[in-house]
Design a protein around this ligand. Structure first.
Ligand code: CO8
Length: 258
């Protein structure tokens, strides 16, 4: 396993875990942390033995945003040429489902990182926000685009224009959070969800994630055509035969591709 400076990487069964580990800076996303997250996630994604990826932080912070100290003295040309977030696109294009397990602060780039995941499971201590406006900038890795898609224009504007944070309950009401769990149970609950996803047929999980992604990125008619093709393609897999036979036989499915 590769040695990383700012993350911990672990595999349990078919689940790959990435734990952000810069406690001295509340997991602020500096260049090293960003590079390591992308490297670890793409390595898990390339491994057919992995059926779900979990990204998490500490009890106090999932991630308190981009590293302000690293960015403070950068000029336009520095940010343009040496964009530390240039590789985030790769994280957004992972085929494997990603669960963000969020406790404590998920602010700025931390909230944006969570929104690149497929599920956000939050501890009751989680706090979400896009406080960039307080720093004289705006969100830069998807906040102005993904947040309104997740929670609607008006709620997103409230957060992005005022810079305020919202707690787990408000985030769940708004639609940003898949589930809230007590902080002490966060990793156990997330492990159960990740294992459930990883027990399904991998190509079918990829197809479902692709179709969900299409819902974010395309108009309805195009998304429905995409879904129809992906649904039909599933009938070319032995896992569809097995899944439906198992239902008929009243037994759990034993998928080949997992
Ligand atoms: N960057 C760097 N260091 C940080 C960050 C950060 N985002 N957040 C916290 N830290 C550091 C603090 O400086 C402090 O270090 P030190 O002890 O050396 O002073 C340590 O972490 C602990 O933090 P606090 O003492 O502040 O802890 P508190 O519990 O008092 O407060 C808060 C916690 C409220 C989370 C507070 O730390 C805070 O407000 N942090 C900044 C949050 C923020 O503004 N995030 C947005 C950053 S900008 C961003 O994400 C833009 C992304 C898009 C970039 C696109 C580029 C192309």
């Amino acid at each position: 396993m590769t040695d990383y400076e700012s993350i911990l990487v672990e595999t349990t069964g078919r689940v790959g875990w990435i734990t952000l580990n810069r406690p001295e800076a509340l997991n602020a996303l500096n260049s090293t942390l960003i590079r390591e997250i992308v490297e670890a996630a793409t390595a898990f994604d390339a491994d057919p033995g992995i059926g779900a990826i979990v990204i998490t932080g500490s009890a106090k912070a999932f991630a308190a945003g981009a590293d302000i100290k690293e960015m403070a003295d950068q000029g336009y040309i520095d940010m343009y040429l040496n964009d530390p977030f240039a590789r985030w696109g790769e994280f957004g294009r992972l085929r494997t489902p990603v669960i963000a397990a969020v406790a404590g602060f998920a602010l700025g780039g931390g909230c944006e990182l969570a929104m690149m995941a497929d599920l956000i499971i939050a501890a009751d201590t989680a706090k979400f926000g896009q406080p960039e406006i307080n720093l004289g900038v705006i969100p830069g890795i998807g906040g102005t685009q993904r947040l309104p898609r997740a929670i609607g224009k008006y709620k997103a504007a409230d957060l992005i224009l005022t810079g305020r944070t919202m707690g787990a309950e408000e985030a769940e009401r708004a639609g940003l959070v898949s589930r809230i769990v007590p902080a002490d149970d966060l990793l156990t609950e997330v492990a159960a969800v990740a294992e459930t996803i990883a027990s399904k047929s991998l190509p079918v999980v990829y197809a479902a994630k692709d179709a969900l992604q299409a819902a974010q990125e395309t108009a309805l008619a195009e998304g429905l055509r995409f879904e129809k093709q992906a649904f039909t393609a599933a009938f070319g897999l032995d896992d569809q035969k097995e899944g439906m036979a198992a239902f008929r036989d009243k037994r759990p499915a034993e998928f080949t591709h997992r």
